[in-house]
Design a binder for this molecule. Sequence first.
Ligand SMILES: [Zn+2]
Length: 135
Amino acid sequence: MKLSIPRFWRRRFDYYSIKITECLDCGRKSYPRRSICVYCKSRNVRTVTSAGVGEVVAYTLSYYRIEGEEENTPKIVALIRLDEGPIIIGEVVDVDKSEVREGLRVEGVLRKLKSEDPGGLIYYGFKFRPLIRDR
Ligand SMILES: [Zn+2]
């Protein structure tokens, strides 16, 4: 992923929040954001911002490394069911891999993903950590 700085700036709110689609006809929610409901095909949808809290549905350990990313292997990659309903994929951080389990409550946090050359963009994105305090 290499974006120009202006393009990144225009899309910053998409990167710094979790946007989901809510269907105003059937009421179901889906991720990622779309202009059409994936369940009933209605175009009567709106975008809502997720609170970023949910629970681990399933997880695995990934030893795959992408050049330029922070060193952190193995990564805990999980399917996370947001409290709003949709399931998303995310990395779970700030926890020992032996402590991850299905049902673990997690919250999204912005973390540095990678950086370009000195003076270039620093990419941030969502990762998930164990929920410190349920809201
Ligand atoms: Zn629908």
